[in-house]
Design a protein around this ligand. Structure first.
Ligand code: UD1
Ligand code: CA
Length: 487
């Protein structure tokens, strides 16, 4: 039976404040590997192909609601005004969900390593065993703070007891409740009103449903999760970093197994939504972020950060910072290039050292090799832009575009004052300030003929080393003669 037919419901609890994060940002919105923590959980939830997903929000619910709606528009949002415990939260979720039947999975919004497979296998096991409740349990190095799974002499699950309510013997139990539970919907609906809050926290514990099922003579059971990290919640920023590093380790390892060479996994950071082609090479110190796509045989790094970029097949990107840029196949970028949003480099093109680009389309085989700023520009195929060229796109009020045609050759230290058009096959002279259009095939020179003002240094800088050097040279002396005596 598919999940759709059974009408599987996933409830994600995310109403708690997460005060130990000491953050203005709500805990479940903190990012790990390019997604919010709740984004990871919801991705896992939807991988099970449920009939519905309900998210319980409370603290900072405007922010959480907006974030969830944006990424997962089908989610049913349930508001828990005050956090009276997990049992209360699930009651609120069930009320918001309307008619539910089949299996109900409960998970938390702060477990970023959770995978869909784990939820799917757990739900399948729960359904196959025809239980009223199943616990996804775990063995953790330090069970302090967790609910313990209590079993009788036959090994059957009897109850979950919370840390604060446990006897010293019960605290010795190593098997903990990961927090992920599976319910038969009919049983859940009957159990929720029977959960009380007569306990050390005065909260409605969802975990009391286990003992209630036993009292009803129903089947309950626990399923040990092999990979406990998947259900580990993040409570503070130390755990946030640890889980972030662990998730990254898994992602990087996954890409290596897919045929990507990663020279130094420890300094390579790859977000969850990145895609990398076969035989690509990632050198040390690289961050591939957001929805970045790296083509087959491309080489990225060392020391590059690329966010939402597309790197073509066989391209080479060295020591580059880029965002929302598209680099063509076999193109070369870097070292020390800054690619800003809207940069597009054609096949076999080049953006070289100390070049900044923005809203610029640089054609196939076109090159901007050295020390330039290319903003709001279209550069045609095969064109070469000289060293130290500034595309002056801003007149102080508005931005304007510059269009350079195909196979143009512009010289060093030019300023292109937009809006202008430089035609196909045109050229410019060194130091030109181009303020008007250049027709195809023309050479634009803007600086006048060179004029030497004789004796300028002696007249305007008397008594300086510059003036003495000039004086000696004019008198036929050796360069440097005058400087030694000074000290
Ligand atoms: C809970 C379990 C415990 C389990 C542990 C695993 C209960 C009573 N205890 O304990 O058995 O070992 O998780 O981490 O279920 N939440 C709400 N609304 C509320 C209360 C909580 O949305 O009213 C959310 C929180 O935001 C959090 C999750 O539910 O994401 C768990 O709540 P928390 O208070 O952290 O439960 P624990 O004491 O950790
Ligand atoms: Ca917790």
């Amino acid at each position: 039976m598919s999940a759709q037919e059974t009408g599987l419901t996933v409830i994600v609890l995310a109403a708690g404040g997460g005060t130990r994060m000491k953050s203005k940002t709500m805990k479940v919105l903190h990012p790990i590997a390019g997604r919010s923590m709740i984004g990871h959980v919801l991705t896992a939830a939807y991988a099970v192909e449920p009939a519905r997903v309900v998210v319980v929000v409370g603290h900072q619910r405007e922010e959480v609601t907006a974030h969830v709606r944006e990424g997962f528009p089908d989610v049913v949002l349930a508001v828990q005004e005050q956090q009276h415990g997990t049992g209360h939260a699930v009651r609120v979720a069930v009320e918001a969900a309307g008619d539910i039947s089949g299996t109900v999975l409960v998970a938390y919004g702060d477990t970023p390593l959770l995978q869909g497979d784990t939820l799917r296998d757990f739900a399948a096991e729960h359904e196959a065993a025809q239980r009223a409740v199943s616990i996804l349990s775990g063995i953790v190095p330090d069970p302090f703070g967790y609910g313990r799974v209590l079993r009788n002499h036959e090994g059957d699950v009897e109850a979950i007891v919370e840390e604060k309510d446990a006897t010293p013997e019960q605290r010795e139990v190593a098997e903990i409740n990961s927090g992920i539970l599976a319910f038969d919907a009919e049983f859940l609906l009957s159990a929720l009103p029977r959960i009380g809050n007569d306990n050390s926290k005065g909260e409605f514990y969802l975990t009391d449903a286990i003992a209630i099922a036993r009292e009803d003579g129903l089947t309950v059971g626990a399923h040990l999760v092999a990979d406990v990290d998947q259900t580990e919640g993040v409570n503070d920023r130390v755990q946030l970093a640890r889980m972030g590093a662990e998730l990254n380790r898994r992602i990087v390892e996954g890409w290596m197994r897919e045929g990507v060479t990663v020279m130094d996994p420890a300094t390579t950071w790859i977000d969850a939504d990145v895609v990398i082609g076969n035989d690509a090479t990632i050198l040390p110190g690289v961050q591939l972020l957001g929805a970045t796509v790296v083509g087959e045989d491309a080489v990225v790094g060392p020391d590059s950060t690329l966010k939402d970029c597309e790197i073509g097949v066989g391209a080479r990107v060295v020591r580059t910072h880029g965002e929302l840029a598209v680099i063509g196949a076999s193109a070369n970028v870097g070292p020390f290039s800054y690619l800003r949003p809207g940069t597009t480099l054609g096949v076999g093109g080049k953006i070289g050292g100390f070049v900044e680009t923005k809203n610029a389309t640089i054609g196939d085989g076109a090159k901007v090799p050295h020390l330039s700023y290319v903003g709001d520009a279209d550069i045609g195929e095969g064109t070469n832009i000289g060293a130290g060229t500034i595309f002056a796109n801003y007149d102080g009020v508005t931005k304007h575009r510059t269009k350079v045609g195909r196979h143009a050759r512009t010289s060093s230290n030019n300023t292109f004052v937009a809006p202008i058009q430089i035609g196909d096959g045109a050229a410019t002279g060194a130091g030109a300030v181009v303020r008007g259009d250049v027709p195809p095939g023309a050479l634009a020179v803007s600086s006048g003929p060179q004029r030497n003002i004789e004796g300028w240094a002696l007249a305007k800088r008397p008594g300086t080393a510059q003036a003495r050097a000039a004086e000696q040279a004019l008198a036929g002396g050796e360069p440097g003669d005058g400087d030694v005596a000074e000290s």
